[in-house]
Write a protein that binds this ligand. Sequence first.
Ligand SMILES: Cc1ncc(COP(=O)(O)O)c(C=O)c1O
Length: 413
Amino acid sequence: MYWEQKSTEIIKGEVLTALAHNRNYRSSAVLGLPASYLDPEVFPPDAAFLEDAPFAKVFMENPNHIGCHTLVGGESAFGGTHALERDLIRICAEEMMDAPAAGYDGYVASGGTEANIQAMWIFRNMFMEQYGIGSQHIGILYSSDSHYSFYKAGNLLQIKTFEIEVAEESRQMSVDVYAAAIRKAQAAGVRCLIGVFNMGTTMFGSVDDISSLLPVLKASGMPYKVHVDGAFGGFVYPFSNKEHALTFNNPEVSSMTIDAHKMLQAPYGTGIFMARKGLMEFTHTVEASYVLGGDSTLSGSRSGANLVAAWMILNTHGSEGWRTKIAGLLALTDELCGILDQMGIAYYRNPEMNLVTMRANQIPAALAEKYLLVPDSHGENAHWYKIVVMDHVKPAILRSFIEDLQAACAPMA
Ligand SMILES: Cc1ncc(COP(=O)(O)O)c(C=O)c1O
């Protein structure tokens, strides 16, 4: 895995050059697009800071990235920033997730939810077309710790969903429970399966053991496809764990979600969807005839600014800089866990992730509120509270939390 670290000046130059290759609403004749730059009353284009703020400048110029630009050229008016999107997808797919050069498609979706639904949509259409079956014969298998976007996908696409219980301590699906879920799906008339595997679940940061479960999926004898949800862990796990089977390096993995608006600290609206070549075509909407190059994405119109932010962040750090940043967050997470161990506070943590999920019965509600710990369920039903160690979670804040927790635990000791 390698991409270069670039200076601020170089990044600025490349973004502005890309923007200069777009059709400019101000300086050229654009009559047919139902779009324009941002309202100049609210966003004055001559604000002095814009010259040094390439992201804000792209945001103001408002390029539309409708369509999938690894697949087809797309609307030529925004070719400059389309090229940056292709480069962003290249870094994520080839450098981070081991995809073969030009062996993938991808686009910047509104978020992890859309990217996950895009994957389910592709596989549903593929199975329906290849096997001539109705959507009710397709099932998604995922752990009970998976994100709720898979329930949305099942509902929207009218495919069956099978939630598989995880073990309380390890947060893993066992081979037996997985096999039982497949039998249940078969009994419910499912003939094709979509296996979802998490690279960092929302509440626990747990990583599904794909190596032990794939053989079970294979043994079912049913056609299947595999999607990896790395919405949370995608910018962490590949940097902390070199030996895993959750990337395109594994020939069984067909698609992936990673979110730049979580760990990468890009603005909301920067989910990244990637799939092996030959899959996006299954969601090609032929009726999108007014869009040059057509549309195979769920989104329709989407901003060209968000991807520029993600591209700038990745190039500002370079792969080694990002690895160092993640190592720092993990070291801080280690420290937190060490203190929790000393205090006898029960928690779950994947050692290669920056998320610590503590048993709620050992955390006073007032502390959870003070430090905005996120529960697994709001109200009286919280069983767990999580801490996500990110950029803003400084050692001093963690120290303060620990001191408060020690003070709260003292009378009980
Ligand atoms: C593992 C996982 N998948 C998907 C999502 C959905 O992402 P978004 O909120 O960007 O739609 C999340 C959000 O927390 C997540 O943690």
